[in-house]
Structures are given as structure tokens and as C-alpha cells.
Design a protein around this ligand. Structure first.
Ligand SMILES: [Zn+2]
Length: 112
């Protein structure tokens, strides 16, 4: 499963960054068009944190809606599918401006 390897990767990065400190909370930012299933990430997280500095931590996920800019009229419009054309009269192509992100927004570590 794709979410399992993504989550495992995130947990590895955060564990390394925590340098031996316990992680209390982790905030991820996941785009609506990223193809990543948030409930699956949550389920994988519970498994992947076992025995790591993230064990028992809280996972917050901020879902970022899709948005794009039209190459024709420069309008910024919401995007619900990965690709699309602008509803303007030019039917121009859209360049995605958000919605495909996968970011570690912040992490809360225990004070030493
Ligand atoms: Zn347009």
C-alpha cells in the first residue's frame, strides 16, 4: 500500500529530526489532489510509530483543497480533479497552484 510507505518514510524523517527526544504531536499538510488517502495514513501511522520516538503522539492532518490558475485569464479557481480547463471563454489550461502537497507542517517535541 502506497500510504504505508509514505507514512513509514514520514515517521523515519521525524524520528531522525527529533534526535532522541519524544515527539508529542505531528502536523501534516496533505493536498486534496495528492492521491493520498488521509484515513489510510492515520491507520498506518498507528502501526508505524510503534517503538519509535513518535509512539503515543498525536497526528493532525490539515487537508489542503485543490486550486489552479488559468493560463488564459489568470483567474484562481478551485480544482476538484487533478487536471482541468478553465470555465472562462478561452477554455485555457490550468496550472495547479495547490492541492498536491505532502508536507510535515510542524512537530512538537518534548523539552529535554
Ligand atoms: Zn480562464
Amino acid at each position: 500500500m502506497h500510504e504505508l510507505s509514505i507514512t513509514r518514510n514520514i515517521v523515519a524523517i521525524v524520528s531522525e529530526h527529533a534526535r532522541g527526544r519524544r515527539v508529542r504531536a505531528l502536523q501534516l499538510r496533505i493536498g486534496a489532489l495528492s492521491g493520498i488517502d488521509v484515513p489510510a495514513v492515520r491507520a498506518c501511522y498507528a502501526l508505524c510509530v510503534e517503538g519509535t520516538p513518535l509512539d503515543g503522539s498525536r497526528l493532525d492532518v490539515e487537508e489542503v483543497p485543490g486550486a489552479a490558475r488559468c493560463r488564459g485569464c489568470a483567474a484562481e479557481i478551485p480544482l476538484s480533479a487533478p487536471l482541468g480547463v478553465c470555465p472562462c471563454e478561452r477554455r485555457a489550461l490550468l496550472d495547479r497552484t495547490s492541492g498536491d502537497e505532502l508536507l510535515i507542517a510542524s512537530m512538537e517535541v518534548e523539552d529535554v
